[in-house]
Design a protein around this ligand. Sequence first.
Ligand SMILES: C[S@@+](CC[C@H](N)C(=O)[O-])C[C@H]1O[C@@H](n2cnc3c(N)ncnc32)[C@H](O)[C@@H]1O
Length: 205
Amino acid sequence: MSFEKGFLFGKRSFKEKQDDLVKEHVKGDFATLNPKNADPDYVWDNWVTPLTEYAAPITSFENYLTEKIRASKEKIRVLDIGIGGGSQWKDFVKENDFEFWGTALSETFEPSLKGKVKICRASELHSFFKENYFDVIVSSFGMHDEELVGIENAVYLLKPGREAFFKMETALRSFEARDHYDLLAEEALFENGKQFGVAIRIKKH
Ligand SMILES: C[S@@+](CC[C@H](N)C(=O)[O-])C[C@H]1O[C@@H](n2cnc3c(N)ncnc32)[C@H](O)[C@@H]1O
């Protein structure tokens, strides 16, 4: 099947839904992450979250991935949408036998990941990778202003029965897409008592 924008979240309401997400995002404590308000070098390229925190508070992503790699007879394929600085992956990629892919918006990232990172937006993933290719997809604040279409792209690329984790700066919690995936977990993210985002875990049907 070819990728069709809106296949999860609807076509007519797509733009309005994303606009709502953007409004929530700009209102939140992390408003400085909006590229219009911030120093892009700092925000986009130097951000490095440890892999243990990548899917927090749902699970330790590092442990999850280590277990998946250990349990699989074949090399698993992993995609990180929006790697930021990328150094969080340096040792893990060196020490574990799996196929790593990441995306970034510029070439400024951890040099040892060269050749494993595509320069593309979350909305364009379907043009860079094949349908049903990945065993695990993760994005830790790496789909700004494209959360809905980013999830649609990720689901398109995920193998059936496999899982993805997303952390996003939005207070909205409307990520159920019952025909296509199960929402396994959904946690609000707080800082200083205010919600600034949400973490979700999904499993593709
Ligand atoms: C805040 S950093 C997060 C980096 C890393 N995932 C982490 O948690 O430490 C955002 C990253 O996602 C990328 N990014 C942001 N919005 C994006 C979008 N709509 N499509 C693709 N990449 C995006 C940026 O270029 C940057 O690499």
